[in-house]
Design a protein around this ligand. Structure first.
Ligand SMILES: [Fe+2]
Ligand SMILES: [Fe+2]
Length: 235
């Protein structure tokens, strides 16, 4: 089935806000490291966030990463033990492996390496490889902390995590990731529902009906990201 899915936030707004979040990273070495990875891997800006679930449109990865990093940055104030720079860096990079996990010419499809290695492994590889080439020596512990955030961001092995979060920063990113993906999934269920009346039809994947809001939210017009949805993606 082919369908048109909209970007929810204009591309330029996302780009400006992501750059502002990077600028807000206090540790100069971490800030430069994240900035370089995103500059080198410019598919970050155009990749989808998923094949068919949350943020499954071109630019969805950047939009989702922006949301997760914002949630982490705003929440960290309540948890002084959290290293905010590491958590925000990990939040921005947690799904960077999706640039290799998904191809998006003629509909979104999993690549072979995506199927076999997962975006978590691929993301860890991107970060580790860049750390080896990075001019400024980056503390090994910081690299491990960021890679750990990537490997654990699905929180539970049942949902694809390679390891459970073992740091406060990783737990915070995993929860922020779940929050954003859930909110967008449910919002999309409501927006795409064609059921008459105040409730959506039952969604077997999300295992519920949702009550529709009284007024529909003002979402920008679609920027025509064509998505092929064959219903084969589990997560
Ligand atoms: Fe992910
Ligand atoms: Fe994510």
């Amino acid at each position: 089935m082919m369908e048109l899915l909209p970007r929810r936030i204009p591309t330029e707004t996302i780009r400006e806000n992501v750059m502002a979040i990077i600028d807000g990273i206090g540790d100069e070495v971490i800030r430069q490291f994240v900035s370089e990875i995103i500059a080198i891997n410019d598919r970050f800006w155009s990749s989808p966030g998923a094949k068919r679930l949350h943020h499954s449109w071109c630019g969805g990865l950047a939009e989702h990463s922006y949301a997760v990093a914002s949630i982490v940055s705003m929440s960290a104030i309540f948890y002084p033990e959290v290293n905010t720079d590491v958590a925000v860096a990990g939040a921005l990079l947690h799904d960077i492996g999706k640039i290799k996990e998904l191809s998006f010419s003629g509909g979104f499809q999993y690549t072979d390496e995506g199927r076999m290695l997962t975006h978590m492994y691929l993301g860890a590889e991107i970060v580790s490889a860049h750390a080896k080439e990075y001019k400024t020596p980056l503390d090994n512990q910081v690299i491990n902390d960021i890679v750990h955030i990537i490997l654990s961001h699905h929180r539970d092995p049942e949902y694809g995590a390679i390891v459970k979060p073992a740091t406060l920063e990783a737990e915070l990113v995993a929860i922020a990731d779940l929050m954003d993906s859930s909110m967008v999934n449910l919002s999309e269920l409501i927006r795409n529902d064609s059921n008459a009346g105040g409730w959506t039809a039952f969604d077997s994947r999300l295992t519920r009906c949702m009550r529709k809001p009284a007024a529909s939210p003002d979402i920008p017009a679609p920027e025509a990201a064509i998505v092929e949805n064959d219903g084969s993606e589990p997560f």
